[in-house]
Design a protein around this ligand. Structure first.
Ligand code: PEP
Ligand code: MG
Length: 576
């Protein structure tokens, strides 16, 4: 039994069998086939080989015009792998014998080749390993494309162990198929962690050496609340965790009692408790957990795992559905926020040294107004179907807000010209997630209808800590005095400017910190749906006066740790 420690990214406990992904792998499902399916599997394999060959020759042509002969020769070696009779015959004979899907068998045979080559004391042959891997991956992708299988088709309940998972990998996973995630890298507010929460999958990220210590088939206990992974647990650990699972169900029951009640403090102050979603099909979960609205709809996930971009009508239909389903409650649609750790292949964003500081979010949208305006038109059109609001991500100052509003004005004009109805009074907000925006919130408040604090980014930018990097995760402190002061300034400026201010970063759903936010005067809290009952329960358990005192005391403290400990103690006291 080994215990590994990482960063608790998504609450919950899961006990299951590990399935390890290589650094650039994708999950290859293992599936039994029947005798009559063998010819089709062979055909899939042959077509994938032909397609891969064509791709390589195409690549070779392109490269030979840009680069020299040496580079082209690499692809000759790749083509040789594809023509290797021994490899092809072994795949076919194992396919017939083992009666498993061809993608799985091909991957197994490749692994065997790689391990044989790795043992040979010959530099030339050793170098062939990377050729086998490269061409193997290319072929596997083509086989899986044919089989229309991939990450999302994983059937058995397993625990995924990977060096890293992209938000789109995570988004593609079937809720039922995956018991938990464990990754070597990553931070608490990386979009992979956020997705895990949305999918209600326990996750521990930033577990250094997880992929080295864990093998596929190992039994794992993943404690997403404490950030612990136990490899091949003994009976005592298993018993302990089975009991913990039951206890946590009991606590959840207690919070669930508050889920359909309003979030009103004992002294009668109401705040809004909303949900964050990535996909329209999360709406039922929002309702189930008592969400009163959507405080953040991350629309960029609409663009993920597809080669083309959604059309205006696709956007419109998705927004209309969410607006109608949630009506009369508000739905805040956040415009496209790509970049950072969210890449979309269709836009061919160039590689950047500092993607979080680069061509992201509103910066991208202002540079590509045709993409931006298409989305804005769709939001406007959907606005007549419910209580829709929109907000721009990563506003860094008033000029960006004005530029974005100018394009919104053009979108309005285009619709008016065509006689398409929309809500003329739709509220337009700014996310406050860049320190420059936080510090000029008084100026922004004059031209924005509301604010939503994006604490995930605000923390990373104000503390200079990459939110997705486990090495510096210890410095990522939501309770840091600098963060609290910035947030206080934003809330005060919003109220002086007579606008509402919410928060849609993960911090809003952290009960201990929510106490402070309530005391600072936050009007709206938006969080993953599952956290809503606990937050409602908490807000109904204290007075605003108490919360104000807690915030005041917290602001006097010198370190994030002191604030965190203080808030945790207060939380315990309140929840007893
Ligand atoms: C944030 O930054 O807090 C936020 C809600 O946006 P995202 O997590 O999508 O960057
Ligand atoms: Mg953000």
């Amino acid at each position: 039994m080994t215990e590994l420690k990482g960063i608790a990214a998504a609450n919950g406990i899961s006990i299951g069998v590990a399935y390890k992904l290589g650094k650039e792998d994708f999950i290859v499902p293992k599936e039994g086939i029947i005798e009559s399916q063998i010819p089709l599997q062979i055909q899939i394999f042959e077509e994938a080989l032909i397609k891969t060959r064509r791709e390589i020759i195409e690549l070779q042509k392109r490269i030979s015009s840009d680069m020299g002969k040496d580079e082209v020769q690499i692809f000759d070696a790749h083509l040789l792998v594809l023509e290797d009779r021994m490899l092809i015959e072994e795949v076919i004979s194992r396919l017939k014998k083992d009666k498993l899907n061809v993608a799985f068998i091909f991957q197994e045979v490749l692994k065997k080749y790689v391990s044989v080559f790795a043992k040979i004391e010959d530099e030339y042959l050793k170098e062939r390993i990377s050729d086998i891997n490269d061409v193997g991956k290319r072929t596997l992708r083509n086989i899986l494309g044919k089989e229309k299988k991939g990450l999302s088709e994983f059937k058995d309940k397993v625990i995924i162990v990977a060096h890293d998972l992209s938000p789109s990998d995570t988004a593609a996973m079937h809720k039922k198929g995956v018991g938990a995630f464990v990754t070597d890298v990553g931070g608490k507010t990386s979009h992979t962690a956020i997705m895990a929460k949305s999918l209600e999958i326990p996750a521990v990220v930033g577990v250094e050496g997880a992929t080295a210590a864990i093998n596929s088939g190992d039994m794992l206990i993943v404690d997403g609340s404490l950030g612990i992974v136990i490899v091949n647990p003994d009976k005592k650990a298993l018993d302990l965790y089975h009991t913990a699972e039951e206890e946590s169900r009991g606590v959840t029951q207690r919070f669930l009692s508050a889920k359909d009640l309003p979030a009103i403090t004992i002294d009668g102050v109401k705040v809004e408790i909303n949900a964050n979603i990535e996909f329209p099909d999360e709406v039922p979960a929002v309702k189930l957990h008592g969400g009163e609205g959507i405080g953040l709809y991350r629309t960029e996930f609409f663009y993920m795992n597809r080669k083309d971009s959604p059309t205006e009508d696709e956007h419109y239909l998705a927004y209309k559905y969410v607006a109608q389903e949630m009506s009369p409650y508000p739905v805040i649609i956040r415009t496209l926020d790509l970049g950072g750790d969210k890449f979309l292949s269709q836009f061919k964003i160039p590689y950047e040294m500092q993607p979080f500081l680069g061509w992201r979010a509103i910066r991208f949208c202002l540079a590509r107004p045709e993409i931006f305006k298409l989305q804005l038109r769709a939001i406007l059109r959907a606005s007549i179907h419910g209580n829709l609001k929109l907000m721009y991500p990563m506003i860094s100052g008033i000029e960006e807000l004005r530029q974005a509003n100018k394009i919104l004005g053009e979108a309005r004009e285009e619709l008016r010209a065509k006689g398409v109805p929309f809500d003329e009074d739709i509220q337009v907000g700014a996310m406050i997630e860049v320190p420059s925006a936080a510090l000029t919130a008084d100026i922004l408040a004059k031209e924005a209808d509301f604010f939503s604090i994006g604490s995930n980014d605000l923390i990373q930018y104000s503390l200079a800590v990459d939110r997705a990097n486990e090495k510096v995760a210890y410095l990522y402190e939501p309770a840091h005095p600098a963060v609290l002061r910035l947030i206080k300034g934003v809330i005060d400026s919003a109220h002086q400017g007579d606008i509402n201010v919410g928060m849609c970063g993960e911090m809003a759903g952290e009960p201990s910190l929510a106490l402070i936010l309530l005391g600072l005067g936050l009007d709206e809290f938006s969080m993953p749906p599952q956290v809503i009952p606990e937050l409602k329960y908490l807000i109904r358990s204290l007075t605003l006066k108490q919360a104000k005192e807690i915030a005041e005391e917290a602001l006097k403290l010198s370190t994030g740790k002191e604030v965190e400990d203080y808030a945790q103690a207060k939380l315990k006291e309140i929840l007893k």
